[in-house]
Design a protein around this ligand. Structure first.
Ligand SMILES: CC(C)(COP(=O)(O)OP(=O)(O)OC[C@H]1O[C@@H](n2cnc3c(N)ncnc32)[C@H](O)[C@@H]1OP(=O)(O)O)[C@@H](O)C(=O)NCCC(=O)NCCS
Length: 248
């Protein structure tokens, strides 16, 4: 038990640069107080002292502004920063090394008994004000943006933002980087258009750029295959796009 509490204190230093000393954490961190109170309430709940568990949890809420149902299962090194307004439901399960900020709800979407709250696997971070709702699973190391509302499973290491929560598409970012590169090679700027600006001309040009990019790559690959199979391809290399001059 003391080892667990020691780890709960130490993890604060890893995740809050403002933390100064162990004494400060023990005396002034509501997230830490709520966690210790929850560990006691959960112990009572698990041993059948349901009312006592609820009452201890209620006192914790009164003292810290953080409401954790005594039935919730919480792993090691859990940290709630600031804390006010956090609500964690009865059937929520939280893995090790998770972090929640103030205003987070791990809530249910139905009034049926049984599993109705989320499961957070290890290392999940939930930003301030985010709501994670229903018996969904948030994968290891996933990050939920502040004020998001997440109602579907999230895969490991994903970042989710918005309402409803959408996974940030890193591949999409990569594609637009490729487009920008080829567009600037061809001598024009990517017309300041992004996927957020549904300009049909920009859309068409983006697809042409993708096509040119794919053709470029295929030509290079075909030339390599020809040369590797002994067929000499003697045409000089295509001039680099950087070297092209636009003739007026
Ligand atoms: C979600 C979060 C983890 C994203 O971090 P990241 O992976 O570094 O992502 P980025 O900052 O590169 O942002 C990626 C995109 O998501 C957008 N975004 C980031 N956070 C967002 C949020 N909470 N809501 C909506 N969009 C968000 C960014 O604008 C960016 O959009 P773009 O690609 O169109 O430019 C972070 O923004 C966040 O919300 N952390 C919670 C922090 C918190 O609650 N702190 C409280 C301290 S008291």
């Amino acid at each position: 038990m003391f080892r667990l509490i020691k780890e709960d204190i130490n993890c604060v230093f890893d995740r809050d640069p403002a933390a100064q000393s162990v004494f400060e954490v023990i005396t002034t961190y509501p997230g830490f107080h709520a966690l210790i109170i929850h560990r006691v309430a959960h112990y009572c709940w698990g041993r059948g002292f349901r009312w006592l568990g609820r009452f201890i949890s209620h006192v914790g809420r009164w003292l810290t502004g953080i409401e954790i149902h005594p039935g919730a299962q919480i792993g090691q090194r859990f940290f709630i920063d600031h804390g006010m307004g956090v609500v964690i439901g009865e059937t929520a399960v939280i893995g090790d090394d998770c972090t929640l900020y103030h205003g987070v709800t791990l809530g249910g979407t139905s009034w049926n008994k049984g599993k109705r709250h989320p499961t957070l696997l290890n290392g999940v971070v939930v930003g301030a004000g985010a709501k994670v709702l229903g018996p969904i699973e948030i994968g290891e190391g996933a990050r939920i943006g502040s004020n998001s509302v997440v109602v579907k499973d999230v895969h490991a290491d994903a970042t989710v933002v918005g309402i409803p929560g959408r996974i940030i598409d890193r591949e999409k970012k990569k594609t637009s980087k490729e487009r920008e590169e080829i567009a600037s090679k061809m001598g024009f700027n990517a017309y300041g258009a992004t996927s957020d600006m549904p300009d049909p001309v920009a859309h068409a040009i983006n697809h042409m750029l993708d096509h040119i990019h794919a053709m470029d790559k295929q030509l290079g690959d075909m030339k390599k295959v020809l040369n590797d199979s002994g067929l000499e391809y003697n045409e000089p290399d295509m001039p680099s796009l950087d070297d092209c001059e636009i003739k007026e």
